[in-house]
Ligand binder design. Structure first.
Ligand SMILES: Nc1ncnc2c1ncn2[C@@H]1O[C@H](COP(=O)(O)OP(=O)(O)OP(=O)(O)O)[C@@H](O)[C@H]1O
Length: 289
């Protein structure tokens, strides 16, 4: 009997890419020991290269805490976080700074003034992450110009301070700053919530281009409508726990958890028929008492 021929490498099933972000059983608490309050419990998720994970939840559900934990700004009290294959859960501040300097993970917050130094011009803000990584000033300036084009901003803005830009321009500069180091993972915490609809559409288009370029994005929002058009998958946070996650289409068309149905009911444009008012009231009572 002859052995079956070894499969040709081209026939072998493609191996799934290693996740850029892997969070397993994450707990985060705030406050001193005696008055500790749990903000996240048993949160597990992963994001692969080129994938956008949307995280939605109402105010206080723990979205920003999750972003902060993944950026090393708050400590996990249980569970693990891996970024770019590196176990980072027990990293101290020095190790986190080193990881952030390597530019593997970047962030964009709702308020661009939190990501941008008000005393640095656009050119300085965009060049800074490159200079920190040892890129020569001439090359940094050239890369800054190319990134400005990528976020559809004119070179005329390079000499301006953040306070001399419109809100939409500021947010696009913050997005460009997050991109200059060519990160593998970008955490976006409510990146379009403060923008008018024209700027919102522009930033969402930019995010789609990034995803197409292979970046992994975590897009956090209280607004399912903003996330649904961009995310491949959606995870729903409720009172610090992930209550549902799945392909965006499945979560939007066939939500399993009552809280997800409630969120969908608040975003009627996503479904042809808005949720019935009485049903929504009943869900609210169920969830909030
Ligand atoms: N620094 C802090 N100290 C103590 N408690 C905090 C702190 N930051 C957040 N919390 C609490 O942790 C919980 C989760 O807050 P978090 O900011 O992560 O929610 P969120 O979903 O991002 O809300 P929002 O949409 O309003 O920003 C809330 O109960 C909040 O009051």
């Amino acid at each position: 009997m002859t052995a079956a021929p070894a499969p040709h490498p081209a026939d072998a099933a493609p191996r799934p890419a290693e996740p850029v972000l892997e969070v397993t059983g994450l707990d985060v608490h705030y406050g001193p020991r005696r008055r500790r309050r749990r903000a996240l419990h048993a949160v597990s998720l992963s994001v692969s290269p080129g994938e956008t994970l949307g995280i939605i939840g109402e105010t206080g559900s723990g979205k920003s805490t999750l972003a902060r934990a993944v950026l090393g700004l708050v400590r996990a009290s249980a569970g693990s976080i891996r970024v770019g294959g590196e176990e980072v859960t027990a990293h101290d501040q020095r190790q986190w700074r080193a990881l952030r300097r390597r530019g593997i993970v970047q962030y964009v917050f709702q308020d661009p003034l939190r990501s941008l130094d008000p005393d640095l011009t656009v050119a300085q803000s965009l060049a800074e992450p490159l200079l920190v990584r040892g890129v020569a000033p001439g090359e940094a300036a050239a890369r800054v110009r190319s990134f400005l084009a990528r976020v559809h901003l004119s070179e005329e803005l390079l000499g301006r301070l953040p306070g001399e830009l419109s809100g939409g321009q500021r947010q696009r500069v913050a997005v460009a700053r997050a991109l200059v180091t060519d990160p593998r993972l970008v955490i976006l915490d409510e990146p379009v919530s403060a923008l008018d609809s024209a700027n919102r559409v522009q930033v969402l288009e930019i995010l789609k281009e990034l995803r197409a370029a292979g970046m992994a994005l975590v897009f956090i929002s209280h607004d399912l409508g903003s996330v649904a058009g961009t995310a491949d998958r959606i995870a729903v946070l409720y009172r610090g726990e992930l209550v549902e996650s799945g392909a965006t289409r499945d979560v939007v068309t066939a939500p399993r958890h009552p809280y997800t149905r409630l969120l969908l009911g608040s975003a009627p444009t996503l479904r042809s028929a808005p949720a019935d008012r009485a049903e929504r009231e009943a869900l609210r009572t169920l969830l909030h008492t």
